[in-house]
Design a binder for this molecule. Structure first.
Ligand SMILES: [Zn+2]
Ligand SMILES: [Zn+2]
Length: 234
């Protein structure tokens, strides 16, 4: 553990609870930040959940064999700070309120459907101590009474994705996942991730699940990057 990491860990323990969005003392996500999160009302793409002026079945943001992907909020306003706090400041206490945000926005997948967290790069998971997607999946599984199956593993150590171009990212992650050996998976699975960015990670995960016999794959994320002029995405 590096000095900075150690200092952060100590700070996380001694600093009183505060909002991850604005730093206000109190709940993990304060009422003001919750209000400021930008919901994604319809119409949207029924394939990937991207909001559009009219409802469409498939759109330029759709990637891979995923249908019915949905996200709770746009990756804008306080969302990047809140999700960043979960990942980079190890605010595990954010998993439950963020899962609640998803459950409030998105219908529960009808069972039999298992929740499958998107696996993290193993080196990053070791450094962080947890996989935020798994924490979110567990919290969602509790809310919805659905089983969480960590069915995928990351096989290729792709370079850090942040800042990489869209095509480069897609190439990096295309073969990065495979299904773990284990009990047969049900016919339907729902991938869980923190942010739906380009969708290339989710598409690669969906392909790996399909190769393992899952017939229908959908995906949920807390936030999504919204494209297009004035959309307020990345
Ligand atoms: Zn706040
Ligand atoms: Zn789409």
């Amino acid at each position: 553990m590096g000095l900075i990491t150690l200092a952060r860990t100590v700070l996380d323990v001694v600093v009183p609870p505060a909002c991850a969005g604005c730093g206000l003392p109190g709940p993990a996500v304060c009422a003001g930040c919750r209000q400021a999160l930008r919901r994604l009302p319809p119409p949207w793409c029924t394939g990937c959940g991207h909001p559009w002026p009219v409802a469409v079945d498939r759109c330029p943001e759709c990637l891979g064999p995923i249908r019915g992907a949905r996200q709770a909020v746009a990756y804008a306003g306080p969302a990047p700070a809140i999700i960043g706090a979960l990942k980079d400041r190890r605010r595990r206490d954010l998993a439950a309120p963020l899962a609640r945000l998803v459950a409030d926005a998105v219908p529960r997948p009808a069972p039999p459907c298992v929740l499958v967290p998107v696996p993290l790069n193993p080196a990053r998971e070791r450094e962080r101590g947890f996989n935020q997607a798994r924490l979110l999946a567990v919290a969602l599984g509790r809310l919805w009474g659905l089983e969480v199956v960590p069915a995928l593993e990351r096989v290729a150590d792709a370079p850090a994705q942040r800042g990489a171009g869209r095509t480069a990212r897609r190439r990096q992650v295309a073969h990065a996942f495979r299904a773990r050996t284990g009990p047969a998976l049900p016919a339907r699975a729902c991938l869980v991730d923190d942010v739906h960015t380009t969708g290339s990670t989710l598409a690669a995960c969906a392909r790996a699940l399909r190769a393992a016999g899952v017939r229908q794959v959908t995906a949920l994320a807390v936030a999504r990057v919204v494209r297009g002029p004035g959309a307020g995405g990345d």
